[in-house]
Design a protein around this ligand. Structure first.
Ligand code: APR
Ligand code: PHB
Length: 402
């Protein structure tokens, strides 16, 4: 059995694990990442790329922001099209200057991977049989297989950055954790194409035939989504079918200027709201998708992972730089406060902008629920105070000091 020592063991080389590892290294805190798949596989995941101010500032603090700041697009506003009208949400004007950066998750992950390699920090890709041990003891460890050998990683703390399906959350005994979940009765069919985006800003569309989102990766690469029933598969949708339905759901003037082309990626993602409480157990800290999932309607998935990282980074820095361990017990409380704000906003936006069929978890007729949501949109989109609420949540609430 090979033995390795580090201060913080990080499970998962997605955005959470990579960003945390880079920040800890900046403070001289040693860390090792264990990742189940290859780096190329991680980079192959197509995910949202709307970065809140707080996320961007963390990436800058990690010293990995050069490409984000040169290639990322600053977005000062976002559009919501509903009930035959287009409503501009002036993010910058309604939040006294806050904006978001449009920069694909793949790119931020690539930048973090490159920075980690350049710093000579160890990531064990294709690690197998990762198991957490003694997480409530003084000497936690993680065992894993790598290139046919068995390893024990001794550490002071474990950051479970291993996503929704990783082992970290399951390490918390079932009777010690509470899981909150709302599964939505539809999914998002996403399409990536090397075509110029239909709009400078994102357009979230509520239409008679369902939700659509027009997003972008660059001036020459577009990302579009359609609400679809859970019963369909990607094979049910040709590119032509996708473009025709998107035109039906976009505002007419946008549909008229839509540039179509072959898809370079097409996939269906289910929508779920999920939170595990607490987000820590002994010396194990859950970060990002390991602890929570949001429907993509509020572009919060990556940003909530970042605010978890910010809280844990503060705590680890206090422990190792100031020998202050009192703050350890505050992680879950601080992280969950912001997580629930993000969950509520994403749930609220999903309710307002999607068509709900017969299934309405609120225990009322779908037509009645639709009337409530018509009124919700009417108030929040047609009043400046309503648009301000949306803008503040979309750019992201400030991070809390631990
Ligand atoms: N051992 C090692 N690594 C694992 C294991 C395991 N047993 N199980 C999962 N992993 C890895 C996955 O392969 C993945 O690379 O953990 C990583 C988790 O990364 P993400 O799922 O991307 O989660 P996170 O880093 O928190 O990023 C959240 O990703 O899913 C999106 O919308 C979400 O944008 C948000 C972001
Ligand atoms: C995306 O560009 O993939 C994207 C943008 C905003 C969202 C969801 C996805 O709310």
């Amino acid at each position: 059995m090979n033995t390795i020592d580090t201060q913080v063991a990080i499970i998962g080389a997605g955005p959470s694990g990579l960003l945390l590892g880079q920040l800890l290294d900046k403070q001289g805190i040693s860390n090792v990442i264990l990742e189940r798949v290859t780096g190329d596989y991680v980079l192959g995941r197509i995910r949202a790329g709307i970065l809140e101010q707080g996320f961007a500032d963390l990436v800058r603090e990690a010293g990995v922001a050069e490409r984000m700041d040169t290639e990322g697009e600053i977005h000062e506003g976002v559009e919501i099209a509903a009930d035959g009208e287009r409503f501009h949400i002036d993010l910058k004007g309604l939040t006294d200057g806050d904006v978001v950066i449009c920069y694909g998750q793949t790119e931020i992950t690539r930048d973090l991977m490159d920075a980690r390699a350049e710093a000579g920090l160890k990531t064990y890709y294709e690690a197998t049989d990762v198991e957490l041990h003694n997480v409530t003891e003084e000497n936690p460890s993680v065992t894993f297989g790598y290139q046919g050998e068995q390893y024990t990683l001794n550490c002071d703390y474990i950051a479970g950055c291993d996503g929704f399906y990783g082992p970290s959350r399951q390490t918390i005994p079932a009777d010690k954790r509470t899981e909150h979940e709302r599964v939505y009765p539809f999914g998002w069919l996403g399409l990536l194409s090397d075509t110029p985006p239909v709009s400078e800003e994102l357009i979230y569309c509520k239409s008679e035939s369902g939700f659509a989102l027009a997003s972008r990766r660059s001036a020459t690469r577009s990302r579009y989504y359609l609400q679809v029933p859970l019963t369909v598969t990607v094979d049910d949708w040709s590119d032509d079918d996708f473009w025709e339905e998107l035109k039906r759901r976009l505002p007419a003037d946008a549909a008229a200027s839509l540039v179509t082309g072959p898809s370079i990626e097409k996939s269906i993602a289910p929508l779920r709201s999920f939170v595990c409480e607490p987000m820590q157990y002994g010396k194990l800290f859950l970060v990002g998708d390991a602890a929570h999932i949001v429907p993509p309607t509020g572009a919060k998935g990556l940003n909530l992972a970042a605010s978890d990282v910010a809280a844990l980074y503060q705590i680890m820095t206090r422990i190792y730089q100031e020998n202050d361990t009192d703050c350890i017990s505050r992680y879950s409380e601080v992280a969950l406060r912001r997580v629930w704000h993000g969950e509520r906003f994403s749930w609220w936006m999903s309710n307002m902008l999607h068509n709900f069929g017969d299934e309405v978890a609120t225990g009322m007729q779908s037509e009645t629920f639709a009337r409530f949501m018509d009124s919700e949109r009417d108030y929040y989109l047609r009043s400046e105070e309503g648009r301000k609420v949306i803008a503040r949540q979309y750019v992201g609430l400030p991070y809390e000091e631990v």
